[in-house]
Design a binder for this molecule. Structure first.
Ligand code: PMP
Length: 287
């Protein structure tokens, strides 16, 4: 089925969408993005994604091409137009296409940012089989740049990490820097010890996950405490439970790390509960 996508003010069939070869994102990965999930045809945590988008743009001195209200309307229109009940909306804003290749940023007065949105239909997103089986994780060295708090489209190393996991027969990779886990290739990483959720504190080392913020808010509801600190792969392997969070996977259990099985090798009770609460609560506030 041909999707309707949004490019610089126009709703178009995906086959008619065009971007310049001089676009800064194509040549320099000079762009930021957001992925918002859709459940029951509604956007999950749109406000959180909009705030992070504005922060990413500000950190890179990039202009927003429209207001956040307009952005919400574009998201909703695409969800309607493409009949998405469960799935994702991908949004990308770039520094635009100055008409030639140059390392220096173009003058924002004369070069308009590029904005692109498209939907991804994912029936069964909330009832993912992986939530029942859990994920196998390998650890890899974190070789990304130092501003991981900005959600840029330079995703080559995370892509390589996913491939390393695939080749090793695993589902994903956690990245490790100076002996401690930073995050997953496209998700935040957690371990559970007793009643305590342990996850790395926010800094420029990791992306400030929107799902992370929500899950930590819901922790009390699950009768759990939160400890924001570094943990190593060895500590994770000895933990009671482990999981990841992201807008596209919500809360997803981890059952194996570098070949070491956690507990009984099935998703932990606390992780299950957190996933349930997350899905329930975020459906309530979806727009
Ligand atoms: N860390 C990284 C590196 C990511 O790419 C993502 C997802 N884009 C996340 C964490 C999770 O963020 P969110 O919960 O906002 O999807």
């Amino acid at each position: 089925m041909t999707r309707t996508v949004y490019v610089n003010g126009d709703y178009l069939p995906e086959t008619e969408a065009r971007i310049s070869i001089f676009d800064r994102a194509f040549l320099m990965a000079d762009g930021v993005y957001e992925v918002t999930s859709v459940l029951d045809g509604k956007l999950i945590d749109f406000a959180g994604h909009a705030v992070r988008l504005q922060r990413s743009l500000a950190e890179l001195e990039m202009r927003a091409p429209c207001t956040m209200d307009e952005l919400l309307e574009i998201h909703r229109e695409l969800v309607r137009e493409n009949g998405i009940n469960e799935g994702l909306v991908y949004l990308q804003i770039t520094r635009g296409a100055p008409g030639d290749r140059d390392f220096a940023f173009p003058d924002p007065e004369t070069t308009e940012p590029t904005i692109v949105l498209f939907t991804q239909n994912k029936p069964g997103l909330a009832a993912s089989p992986m939530a029942e089986t859990g994920m196998k994780i390998i650890s890899i060295e974190d070789q990304r740049w130092g501003r991981r708090d900005i959600k840029t489209v330079q995703l080559l190393y995370p892509s390589m990490g996913k491939m390393m996991a695939k080749k090793a027969g695993a589902d994903d990779a956690w990245m490790v820097e100076d002996g401690f886990v930073t995050e997953g290739t496209s998700n935040n990483a957690y371990i559970v010890k007793g009643n305590r959720i342990i996850t790395r504190a926010l800094s420029t080392d990791i992306l400030h996950g929107i799902t992370r913020a929500a899950v930590l808010r819901f922790a009390a509801e699950a009768q759990m405490e939160v400890e924001e600190r570094n943990f190593s792969v060895a500590e994770a392997q000895a933990a009671d439970e482990a999981f990841i969070t992201s807008a596209s996977s919500f809360v997803m259990p981890v059952v194996e790390i570098d070949g070491v099985v956690l507990g009984r090798g099935t998703p932990g009770e606390r992780t299950r509960r957190l996933r349930e609460i997350y899905l329930e609560e975020s459906r309530k506030t979806a727009v």
